[in-house]
Design a protein around this ligand. Sequence first.
Ligand code: SF4
Length: 110
Amino acid sequence: MQPKDLTQNEGFKGFTNHDCPFLPCHEGVRGQFNCLFCYCPLIAYECPGPYQVFTDRNGLKRKDCSACTLPHNGYRGAWNFIQKWLERPVVWDGGEQTRPYRQKPVRKKG
Ligand code: SF4
């Protein structure tokens, strides 16, 4: 087995669970639908996703990530995105998203 930084095999960077009854759980995903980060590792941290904030029944601020495709956009793309944002994690303060990442519209071929 090679250390992940040396291997050419990128199979650990993602997968699509075709048996999942919720697939596709988000519209507008780019590339292969990556299910590896189904529970986003950035949920408790600052992130660039287009989340909405709501208060749960216990009075806690939570992110509603329904509109976010960032952890699902391709095997390599989603992997790189998550790794980048976990390098220097900053605990989310419960605030609204003020600088959401703007995904470029998908170009239609033809
Ligand atoms: S908005 Fe996107 S990147 Fe941010 S925590 Fe939610 S799913 Fe993850």
